[in-house]
Design a binder for this molecule. Structure first.
Ligand SMILES: CC(C)(COP(=O)(O)OP(=O)(O)OC[C@H]1O[C@@H](n2cnc3c(N)ncnc32)[C@H](O)[C@@H]1OP(=O)(O)O)[C@@H](O)C(=O)NCCC(=O)NCCS
Length: 194
């Protein structure tokens, strides 16, 4: 996958698959994230060896990893993680993070559209989003995209600061996901042209 996207202010950026050749750029992106973002991530993304291992093993773990680049810098990374067990063979989990300077400009939605295409190619039927309770932005965008809150697991995980957090699991049917994605895309496009 490789496509040029344009934001309403004319900013162009590239969405393409992430490869191991992007490791240094990815580390720069992760290390520039404020602790308020990083503390809710599953792993300590400042550890290069750990990140490198995850990128190198992505394919065997059935992880489809994409990135958005502006002026050769990573401004977002997103993943579709397919389940490896039979029970959930048609499930795909979405992970996404956008550089703070590029938020609320539509980058997240454009990344989700690309992840949707991968999901369809991989015959995903149910899209899953997992987040910690304080990730309110993620929760709002997921709600707007038609995700249902399936379960809230109280005190289920520890964030990067070792603070116990509630884990929220949201799901969405793939067809509904596309419908809401397009509706929201058009609506926010209108907002950005005002
Ligand atoms: C969640 C996240 C990916 C959204 O990315 P983004 O590029 O800002 O999203 P978009 O600009 O495409 O937003 C699309 C719409 O979603 C909604 N939305 C996005 N972030 C929101 C927020 N913080 N509060 C309320 N609504 C929000 C809005 O309707 C928005 O359109 P608008 O800005 O025109 O009103 C980004 O905030 C992020 O990286 N958060 C930290 C990491 C995270 O929580 N990831 C998700 C867990 S997997």
């Amino acid at each position: 996958m490789e496509k040029i996207e344009t934001l309403k202010d004319g900013t162009k950026f590239l969405i393409r698959n992430l490869t191991i050749a992007d490791l240094d750029k990815l580390m720069k992106f992760y290390r520039a994230l404020p602790m308020s973002d990083r503390k809710y991530l599953r792993i300590d993304v400042t550890k290069k060896k750990l990140v490198e291992h995850r990128v190198r093993t992505a394919e065997e773990r059935r992880v489809f990893w994409i990135t958005a680049l502006h002026e050769n810098n990573i401004i977002a990374e997103g993943r579709l993680e397919l389940s490896s067990d039979d029970w959930r063979r048609d499930h795909g989990e979405v992970r996404l993070i956008v550089d703070r300077a590029f938020r609320h400009k539509g980058v997240g939605l454009m990344m989700l559209r690309s992840l949707y295409q991968i999901a369809v190619e991989r015959k995903v039927k149910k899209v899953i989003a997992k987040m910690l309770r304080p990730q309110v932005g993620a929760r709002k965008i997921a709600r707007k995209l038609g995700f249902r809150e399936e379960i809230l697991l109280p005190d289920y995980v520890q964030d990067q600061r070792h603070k116990t957090q509630d884990l929220l699991i949201m799901t969405c049917d793939i067809d509904d996901f596309w419908k809401e994605l397009e509706t929201l895309y058009v609506a926010s496009d209108w907002q950005r042209t005002r």
